[in-house]
Design a protein around this ligand. Structure first.
Ligand code: PLP
Length: 369
């Protein structure tokens, strides 16, 4: 007798829905037989990889037969120097996604609760559910995190709170003051994961989150090389925390979770201030270009501190998404976030943003403002 293999999975896994990634250009090319595609769907850096990172990656190829440095010595050193922390506070991950999952595995389980906000990054519910923990989703406040609601939701079984700042897909930003007041009220037994994947794009007067680590031992800051550093394909991110937390994460991670090319390229990217600055400036200009279009066309948009912007179509977004695909423009529907009338557009090169704008105009899609 044949059995239903799906039912063999543990209960937490059976209830999971897979992460829906942005559509790859090559997939659309196959489907429609077109080239000249613009992808504004995954918040990637439109500049391409920096030259220093590319060179370092190419040099690392000669050692492909060797396992990578399991402890990522040089990258941790470089990060520690830059952030003024110790290497013992750093954990490297296969993308920061890896760290978000390791944190759930380390601190949460079937008897615990994990708090995150409505409209927050979709990896939080996946990581929570995969370890059998209970998700407590606090209602958003104007699409952003309601920190008071999150504080109120804490109970004896709360182990973890995820906060994305800026948040994806809404781009909302919490001020340092608001976050610091929040952290001061969270019991030390609750781990706060501050996901700063878009840190480099938001304007900062100081690196507040890293400074807070001295004060709040339950704080974990995660960052990535996928966005402003332009290395999404290599999968490398990191967390900064108390060394005791880093030690725990180190016990559960795969021994070689970051490959040698990624280690080398990330270290080089970290030293490439010119590339980072160009990336941030290009993003600022592109954001202004897209905002001006949304204003002209009468769309309400959510002001964003990231490298993407989410706007309200005031009609179901999926048909518009499909029509844009026909025009060779890939954006991101965010139906899984409970935002069926919104689309998220990553900030691209000026010409790419214009392709999106031209396609919207050609299709005659306007806002109602
Ligand atoms: C893109 C993103 C990440 C992680 O990306 P990685 O490529 O896994 O480093 C994490 N958090 C948020 C909010 C993101 O948007």
């Amino acid at each position: 007798m044949s059995c239903d293999l799906t039912l063999l999975a543990n209960e937490a896994i059976r209830g999971l829905s897979p992460y829906q990634a942005g559509k790859p250009e090559s997939e659309l090319a196959r489907e429609l037989g077109i080239s000249d595609i613009v992808k504004l769907a995954s918040n990637e850096n439109p500049l391409g990889p920096g030259e220093l990172a590319s060179k370092a990656a190419q040099a690392a190829i000669s050692q492909l037969h060797r396992y990578p440095d399991s402890n990522g010595f040089f990258l941790k050193q470089a990060l520690a120097t830059k952030l003024k922390v110790t290497p013992q506070q750093i954990t490297l991950g296969n993308g920061s996604n890896d760290l978000l999952e390791l944190l759930a595995r380390t601190f949460a389980g079937p008897d615990s609760q994990v708090i995150f906000s409505q409209y927050a990054f979709v990896v939080y519910p996946i990581a929570t559910q995969a370890v059998g923990a209970t998700a407590v989703v606090t209602p958003a406040n104007a699409y952003g995190h309601d920190l008071d609601a999150m504080l109120t939701a804490i109970n004896d079984t709360t182990r973890l709170i995820y906060i994305a700042n800026p948040n994806n897909p809404t781009g909302n930003y919490l001020t340092p003051d608001a976050l610091q007041r929040f952290l001061a009220q969270v019991p030390e037994r609750v781990i706060v994961v501050l996901d700063e994947a878009y840190f480099e794009y938001a304007e900062h007067d100081a690196d507040h989150a890293i400074a807070w680590l001295a004060q709040f031992r339950n704080l974990v800051v995660t960052r990535t090389f996928s966005k402003a550093y332009g290395l999404a394909s290599l999968r490398v991110g990191y967390s900064v925390s108390d060394p005791a937390i880093a030690d725990l994460l180190n016990r559960v991670r795969q021994p070689f979770n970051v490959n040698a090319i990624a280690l080398a390229a990330a270290e080089a990217a970290l030293a490439d201030d010119v590339y980072l600055q160009r990336s941030v400036e290009l993003n600022r200009a592109g954001m202004a270009q897209l905002e001006a279009y949304f204003e002209r066309a009468g769309f309400t948009y959510i002001p964003s501190k990231g490298n993407f912007i989410t706007f309200d179509l005031e009609q179901p977004a999926l048909p518009v998404y499909q029509q844009l695909l026909q025009e060779g423009v890939i954006v991101r529907p965010i139906v899984p976030y409970g935002l069926p009338n919104h689309l998220r557009v990553s900030v691209g090169l000026e010409s790419e943003n214009q392709r999106f704008i031209d396609a919207m105009q050609k299709l005659g899609i306007k806002g109602e403002k």
